[in-house]
Design a protein around this ligand. Sequence first.
Ligand code: ADP
Ligand code: MG
Length: 396
Amino acid sequence: MNIHEYQAKQVLKGFGAPVAEGVAITSVEEAEGAARQLPGPLYVVKSQIHAGGRGKGKFKELGPDAKGGVRLAKSVEEAVAHAKEMLGNTLVTKQTGDAGKQVNRLYIEDGADIDRELYLSLLVDRAVGKVAFVVSTEGGMDIETVAEETPDKIVNVPIDPVQGVTEADAKALCDALKLEGEARSDGMSLFPILYKAFMDKDMSLLEINPLIVMENGRLRVLDAKVSFDGNALFRHDDIKALRDETEEDAKEIEASKYDLAYVALDGTIGCMVNGAGLAMATMDIIKLYGKEPANFLDVGGGATTEKVTAAFKIITADPNVKGILVNIFGGIMRCDVIAEGVVTAVKDVGLKVPLVVRLEGTNVEKGKAILDQSGLDITAADDLDDAAKKIVAAVG
Ligand code: ADP
Ligand code: MG
């Protein structure tokens, strides 16, 4: 689960990290009051969307010469003028795709006098099986370019899970970021704070880009992107409350209500599969035969007819879906339950695209009989290969 920058900063502030003062607003009327709560004379008006690259982003409605999604203002009036221009408009950044995201919320923040912009993130490094800091002196808006062109400027510091951030780790991070004087002592206390926040709240990513050294020599968290491990949310009611469903894919929200593991993708073939491994294999074989999957969907081991019906409806509601492949290996899952779910769903929502069903395993004969007797236009397949070929051919 992702949250907004202003929420991430609240969370980090709770652990003692240095963040700027700021006020989140959702209407132009609130802009002046928000700015007046800040010390000034420099303000920053920041679009709150679940995507990065806002500074270099462009508003669709405003044309190519207008300013981006993060704007400096030298007075309260200027901050209000920016808020007026930004709220309600669609911001397109490297991460939003061409459709962009509507900016429904702004964060008006105290402007900082920046000396240097650094990069810092915490992530789960699978290669070493540890949480690791990734840092670079080349922070700011183009870390992707740094990673591509000068990867030696990015330093990785894995953290021992038992010891946590040791003094040696913190020193290594300070050295990598070339921190001196007060910034160095700020760093020595900040790194353990960030690690604690990451672990305590079950984050899967914490990215601060930029972490800045200010002209007064102190460190400040200037941007913050945080993702949480969805499987651990049950023990963090405070984090769950930060969820903003308007930023999420509507189909994924619907799927989560039915406890379906669903991820929306860009292709044309909708997939309904049981088991994550089989779902991955199904996506691979669709690609092998030249098409792209429209989604990943694992209906799970103990799916009911109701769950299968919900899954089918979510797939057919996607306008990109030009064909559907149901691929079930009935182990715990019974094929007749799947067949009933498919039939119920098709009767409910209709079937406007080709449907190929491959069933194998427990109660397969019963399942096939249900599909046969339904009178629906369903193509049966014998195995995974046959199924993929048939759906790719049907979509054309
Ligand atoms: P994004 O990464 O989505 O572009 P950031 O929050 O990193 O958004 O902001 C982009 C740039 O705007 C920063 O790299 C920094 O130069 C500037 N900026 C952001 N917040 C402030 C602030 N409070 N004071 C001064 N400059 C800021
Ligand atoms: Mg940033």
